[in-house]
Design a protein around this ligand. Structure first.
Ligand code: B12
Ligand code: SF4
Length: 492
């Protein structure tokens, strides 16, 4: 039996407005409860706290953790190292373990921190359980997949993530009883939604090969059967009074019949739920019948992940979506009453003015209600990261890679110009009179809610991003006028 404390890290000590339920931790807890019922488990989400150390100290007033697990994205890495040091000083006998996307990208570098005992990469549930059992029994750790650790002589051992992936039907739903839904109502992934919500993964993994994408859950697609998905949704509605559900799957609509069956079952049971897909759908796998069924099942918001409207870039990044089909499906979805959003990425390797213009034109002329125009940030552990040399060696310089600020460019234009493309595309996209009219007409909530959202999420965000870009421009302008693809891609 162990006392376990799981911590969702934050990127700063300011409460975060763009967040979502800490699903990674909630899944781990549910799994541990099933397989190690004697453990006492506590959790804390530092994104909701102003002073992480103080919050942990309060939580651990009568609780000495044997195990402290951090769930961390790369953008939160600095703060995680600070918190790991704080925890090691306060609880010197605790074992400190780091998991999550950052551990998956940078395992060997994270374990170089002497305050951290183990790093676990990839899908966490089964290997975390194995690690805890091995620690309890003093068994050897050398064959645990995904584990990085230091041997007593200081040598670092680091193993590739597990290929023995979980059968999702055996995975208990997230430990929702530990989640304080009220504290998350104001912050979420979807820019438009309102009300009490939960988030769900109905499948893990994605078989496509997009070069910029992570592979935390591998390239093998595993999905829950439709009835189990709808049981989970019904449970959330009945037990926690959920009005909205954000679905974060990497490839929710990969299987047409499964998607249709989920909608049919929601409709058959008469569930009152608003569905949102803020992590995107594969837009060219939809058709009119499925879009209309998704709408009937309660879908109010859907993101189409287009990324680039240049055929050359689509091939280079191995996304290979059918751009015409997506354009057509956006129109169908918008007409069906779904608030449609687009994901676009600007600044792929060697991307030219002409290619940036194609993407801007595609977005502006589309029937989308809204869109995000992200700057390409190569992630470690991805094919794109390897192409531009973002893997080993850059760790010390990585602080935050921000999709909304161009501190670097790997494209064919300067970072100043790339920023201008992002800014102008955004401006002409949102200043389009037809789009403004459709936003006001189709917004799924009240006009008052629209004004509050537009102000808080839209204008404030744009203003802050603008200031951040200007300050980055001034700082980096002093260093280099034009940026080399590799090291500068990560310089903050
Ligand atoms: C929802 C989401 C968001 C939400 C909330 C993120 C959050 N929870 O903090 C929002 C919209 C705010 C967001 C924003 C960003 N996101 Co995001 N997001 C996601 C998304 C779609 C789902 C995350 C999730 O809930 N996963 C479900 C759970 C079950 O998975 P998990 O957390 O990975 O946990 C599993 C394992 O990692 C492991 N594990 C996790 N924690 C622990 C802890 C221990 C101790 C152990 C042993 C194991 C373990 O076990 C878990 C179960 O198997 C992922 C993509 C994806 N499919 O995962 C991207 C993802 C996490 N985001 C990513 C990025 C880059 C960002 C941004 C930095 C983008 C940007 N530049 O603006 C921002 C930064 C946000 C910030 N803090 O400022 C990257 C992270 C890459 C990295 N190396 O860090 C991902 C992987 C997508 C990608 N592009 O590759 N994001
Ligand atoms: S970007 Fe989307 S479609 Fe491409 S591999 Fe990642 S999850 Fe799959």
């Amino acid at each position: 039996m162990s006392n376990i404390l799981l911590i969702k890290t934050s990127k700063s000590n300011l409460p975060d407005k763009g967040l979502s339920p800490p699903l990674g931790i909630l899944y781990l807890i549910a799994y541990l409860r099933k397989h190690r019922p004697a453990d006492v488990i506590k959790m804390i989400d530092l994104r909701l706290e102003r002073d992480g150390g103080q919050a942990i100290a309060t939580l651990c007033r009568d609780f000495v953790p044997d195990i402290i697990g951090f769930s961390t994205m790369t953008i939160e890495a600095n703060n995680m190292h600070v918190m790991a040091q704080w925890c090691k000083q306060r609880f010197p006998l605790s074992r400190i373990i780091v998991g999550g996307p950052h551990a998956t990208s940078f395992g060997r570098h994270v374990i170089a921190d002497p305050n951290i005992d183990y790093v676990l990469a990839g899908e966490g549930e089964a290997v975390f359980l194995k690690l805890l059992n091995a620690i309890d029994h003093g068994s050897p750790l050398s064959d645990l997949p995904g584990l990085s650790y230091r041997k007593p002589d200081g040598t670092i051992i680091s193993r590739a993530p597990t290929q023995e992936l979980l059968d999702l039907t055996t995975l208990p739903p997230p430990a929702w009883d530990l989640h304080n839904f009220d504290r998350y109502t104001d912050s979420r992934m979807s820019p438009i939604s309102l009300g009490r919500y939960a988030a769900l993964f109905t499948s893990r993994g994605c078989p496509y090969q997009c070069t910029y994408c992570h592979s935390i859950f591998s390239k093998r697609y595993r999905a829950l059967p439709p009835l189990q998905v709808v049981d989970d949704i019904e449970y959330l509605i009945n037990t926690y009074n959920i009005q909205e559900l954000e679905i974060y799957d990497d490839s929710f609509n990969l299987h047409y019949n499964r998607t249709m069956a989920i909608c049919d079952e929601i409709i058959r049971r008469g569930l009152k739920i608003r569905l949102l897909f803020p992590n995107g759908v594969r837009g060219d796998l939809l058709d009119e019948a499925l879009i209309k069924r998704l709408r009937q099942a309660g879908t109010i918001y859907m993101v189409f992940a287009v990324e680039s409207a240049s055929e050359r870039i689509q091939q280079a990044i191995k996304k290979n979506v059918n751009l015409d089909k997506i354009r057509q499906n956006i129109r169908i979805a918008a007409r069906a009453g779904i608030f449609t959003w687009g994901f676009f990425m600007m600044g792929f390797p060697g991307e030219t003015r002409r290619e940036l213009w194609r993407t801007a034109k595609y977005a502006i002329a589309s029937a989308l209600h809204g869109g995000f125009f992200f700057i390409v940030v190569p992630q470690a552990g991805t094919e794109l990261g390897r192409q531009v040399g973002v893997d080993a060696g850059n760790y010390a310089t990585i602080k935050a890679a921000d999709y909304f600020a161009t501190r670097n460019t790997i494209s064919a234009v300067s970072h100043w110009e790339l920023w201008l493309w992002q800014l102008l595309t955004c401006f002409f996209f949102y200043a389009h009179p037809a789009r403004l009219y459709r936003i006001l007409k189709d917004y799924p909530y009240s006009p008052g809610a629209f004004c509050r959202k537009a102000f808080r999420r839209g204008l404030v965000f744009l203003f802050v991003t603008f200031l951040r870009n200007v300050s980055d421009r001034l700082r980096s302008g002093k260093k280099h006028a034009r940026v080399s693809p590799v090291d500068e891609a990560l310089r903050c």
